[in-house]
Design a binder for this molecule. Structure first.
Ligand code: NIG
Ligand code: FE
Length: 408
């Protein structure tokens, strides 16, 4: 059953015009006065509405914009408890520190599978309602063999992009015995988690793990069949980015405190994406990463939420796009590209993040005429409808309201 969505004021494709088949995201591209045809869960055709072939079913976008679904390449969703008090104290002047992670570890260990599963489902639903059609999900709040294995298994119930983050922090029972904890992370815990994960990650930062420790974790993960990614240069300058590129990591995430050498290394890497997480700087009241410096050097930039109960408890990619535009001075096109095609690159996915012919038909319709409204109308629920693999998601959105339409 084919679907035609027509009268689209702006169709963001991230794919070259007139391409018959596109294997992966290209640069930002948009078609005005457009239509799209979806068949068998894939994009079958895009072009001008006036030239659209017929289809079994027709949806009139009535002047709304259609974009690829967001690809949120960094999220920590398997946890219990909350840290609203820690947030309030931070807003009153206390600094953020990695130590807060341990309170979530205690709550997560104490939670039943059902509680964790229901929290996870709630967050996944929030993401979908805000236009996220692909997301990554990390473990890292269990930090025992059983609790980490449970976390990656639960994450695998909601996404194929599962990351093993046993090396989040040293848990309290290993305090002062980092080497012994790393033996576990690279040994028995890895063996228990690798079958359910695609990625291995490490928090490379003062207060978490140093360069050699991070290298060892990524190497052990790779030997177990996992692909590397990393938390790097979040709280201060450090070796994270260099370790990431050396290891051929798909992404170095945070990149808040970078030296010139870090930027050059990322630019020369040929495949390591700098994933910026502006919700973290917003929620920790920290300086934002210098996105313009990275873009100017030719680094591939992604934007993701880092949704977690400590440093950034938002699941909203539209908020992150707005912050990227307003506070990191990305253009609206750069920010939307980074939140879709950039996220896909950071997950080494070619089937999502763009709407080239042959891509997965993951689409969002905005209750607005252009992608710019994501930043222009911050905080407003603009996601009118979502399709995943061509199937309209149950989320009702606002599509019935006929709001803010423009003639095509
Ligand atoms: O990406 N940096 C390490 N991990 C998370 C924070 C987790 C927490 O504070 O609970 C992050 O910011
Ligand atoms: Fe994180």
């Amino acid at each position: 059953m084919s679907l035609l969505i027509t009268n689209i004021s702006e169709l963001v494709t991230n794919a070259p015009r007139d391409a018959v088949s596109v294997a992966s995201p290209g640069s930002f591209e948009a078609i005005a006065g457009a239509a799209i045809i979806v068949d068998a869960g894939l994009v079958a055709w895009t072009g001008l509405a006036a030239e659209a072939p017929g289809a079994d079913e027709v949806v009139d976008a009535a002047g709304r914009a259609v974009l690829p679904g967001f690809v949120d390449s960094h999220a920590h969703l398997v946890f219990a408890g909350e840290r609203g008090g820690e947030f309030a104290a931070r807003m009153a002047g206390l600094p953020y520190s990695a130590g807060g992670i341990r309170s979530t570890v205690a709550a997560t260990r104490a939670a039943s599978d059902d509680v964790l599963r229901s929290n996870l489902a709630r967050l996944a639903e929030e993401m979908l309602a805000q236009g996220t059609t692909t997301f990554e999900c990390k473990s890292g709040y269990g930090l025992t063999v059983t609790d980490e294995a449970r976390a990656v298994a639960l994450a695998g119930e909601v996404t194929p992009e599962v990351t093993y983050l046993g090396a989040h922090v040293v848990p309290p029972e290993f305090s002062g015995r980092t080497a012994a904890y790393l033996d576990l992370v690279c040994g028995e815990m890895l063996a228990a988690c690798a079958p359910s994960a695609k990625w291995v990650d490490v928090f490379c930062e003062d207060g978490a793990f140093g360069a050699d420790e991070a290298r060892a974790v990524l190497a052990a993960g790779e030997a177990a069949g996992l692909q590397p990614r990393i938390h790097a240069n979040q709280l201060g300058p450090g070796p994270g980015v260099q370790v990431a590129v050396e290891a051929g990591a798909a992404a170095a995430d945070h990149c808040t405190f970078l030296s010139d050498a870090d930027v050059d290394t990322l630019a020369a890497s040929g495949g390591t994406v700098a994933t910026l997480l502006p919700g973290v700087e917003f929620s920790t009241r920290s300086p934002y990463p210098d996105a313009r410096r990275l873009l100017g050097a030719g680094v591939t930039v992604a934007i993701a939420t880092d949704c977690n109960p400590g440093s950034c408890f938002t699941s909203s990619m539209p908020l992150c796009v707005a912050l990227a535009v307003r506070d990191m001075r990305m253009t609206t096109a750069e920010a939307v590209w980074a939140a879709t095609a950039g996220g896909a690159r950071a997950l080494r996915r070619t089937d999502v993040g763009h709407l080239g012919v042959g891509a997965r038909a993951d689409l969002i319709m905005l209750d607005a005429p252009s992608h710019a409204y994501l930043a222009y109308r911050p905080g407003v629920p603009l996601i009118a409808a979502v399709w995943r693999s061509g199937e309209r998601a149950a989320w009702p959105g606002l599509s019935g309201r006929g709001f803010l339409t423009v003639p095509v």
